[in-house]
Write a protein that binds this ligand. Structure first.
Ligand code: KG4
Ligand code: ZN
Length: 342
């Protein structure tokens, strides 16, 4: 089977060709055009600008793939959650292709896409068979921070989420306070490499509460109050703030994930979403699962499949299309607040 994946939910325009042969999934082509330089001028994503850039770029990327309808078995496109105007460009373009090429089309939940990134390159002949279930997934992106219990493919239960900012959003806001540009996550992580994580004692919000919810707005405010203590911060101090902030986020995420994994007796722990690109988070989570959870496997997505991409959308779409489940071009409407599992 060969699936075309399309992702336009936020500020990356991405297309991918996924092939499943002898039960193994493989990405044949993958093109992503990022809009970050454009949005950086405004300090964040401007929805109207994002939609216009998707509309300009998506046809060019599809053309660059050099495919025709006869080369494909189906189309998978992100239907939500995300910015409605951005989603609209992807779903409308995808359904026009499905109509013209007479192909099945399925709408993919963006968060499920992030999770399914972990199946790329794996045996996908049976749902989820590449890993032992039940599994716990830590989803950390610009818009989401959630702990999801996965009992089977398509069977998800959210057991904890952020009560305010998402982890990626906190990285972006701290970067903005420090004038490090947009998106802030990668830049804060880079600065943190040269910083001392013990220089500033930032809070670990909700760390000792028994539930699995997160909160990052108090941590962000603690960074703000620290910055207000004096007028200018030099290079080294800025690096120390980044390292101390990053350490607080990572400790909170990993501690809660381990507690939830123990409570729910899962066999696998997955990391998913843009913040999964964070080196400290990847290493700390993998090491903690290995050390503290007997017989549990930690699965971390490949770096190229952490931030928004169409390969993960094609992968998630495959599981539905291979079972002859589809929405049809008439049903392809964006759902900007689509909750996973609904
Ligand atoms: O999944 P994603 O590409 O988009 C959403 O679905 O939101 O995640 C983007 C988020 C941004 O907040 C960005 O700052 C963050 O992921 N991010 C990182 C890193 N790379 C991206 N955060 C921390 N460290 C990184 N290396
Ligand atoms: Zn995302």
């Amino acid at each position: 089977m060969r699936i075309l994946g399309i992702e336009t939910s936020c500020d990356e325009t991405s297309v991918a060709l996924l092939r499943v042969e002898k039960g193994i999934s493989r990405i044949e082509k993958h093109l992503t055009a990022t809009q970050v330089l454009k949005h950086a001028e405004y300090g964040g994503v401007v929805p109207e600008v994002a939609a216009r850039l998707h509309a300009e770029t998506l046809p060019l990327l599809i053309d660059e793939l050099g495919i025709a309808g006869k080369d494909l078995d189906g189309i998978a496109v992100t239907r939500g959650p995300g910015l409605v105007t951005s989603l609209r460009v992807g779903t409308d373009f995808a359904r026009a292709l499905a109509y013209g090429w007479e192909l099945p089309i399925v709408g993919v939940n963006h968060i499920e896409g992030h999770i399914m990134a972990n199946w790329i390159g794996k045996d996908v002949s049976k749902d989820g068979a590449a890993y032992k279930l039940p599994a716990l997934i830590l989803v950390v992106s610009g818009g989401h921070t959630e702990l999801i219990l996965m009992k089977g493919f398509g069977r998800y239960e959210c057991i904890g989420s952020t009560v305010d900012d998402a982890a990626g959003e906190a990285f972006d806001k701290v970067a903005k306070m420090l004038d490090l540009g947009y998106p802030g996550g990668p830049e804060v992580a880079k600065r943190a490499l040269a910083g001392d994580p013990s220089k500033f004692a930032f809070p670990r919000p909700l760390l000792n509460k028994p539930h699995f919810d997160f909160s990052f707005s108090g941590l962000k405010t603690a960074v703000l109050y620290t910055l207000q203590r004096k007028k200018a911060w030099n290079e080294q101090e800025t690096n120390d703030i980044c390292a101390s902030f990053q350490a607080a986020v990572v400790e909170t995420l990993v501690t809660k994930t381990l507690r939830a994994a123990r409570a729910k007796k899962v066999k696998t722990v997955f990391l998913a979403g843009g913040v999964a690109a964070n080196r400290l988070l990847r290493d700390t989570l993998a090491a903690a699962v290995k050390k503290d959870l007997d017989g549990v496997e930690a699965v971390i997505p490949g770096l190229e499949y952490c931030t928004d991409n169409a390969a993960m959308i094609a992968m998630a779409g495959y599981f539905r299309l291979s079972k002859k489940k589809q929405d049809g071009w008439k049903g392809m409407e964006p759902d900007p607040s689509w909750e996973l599992g609904r």
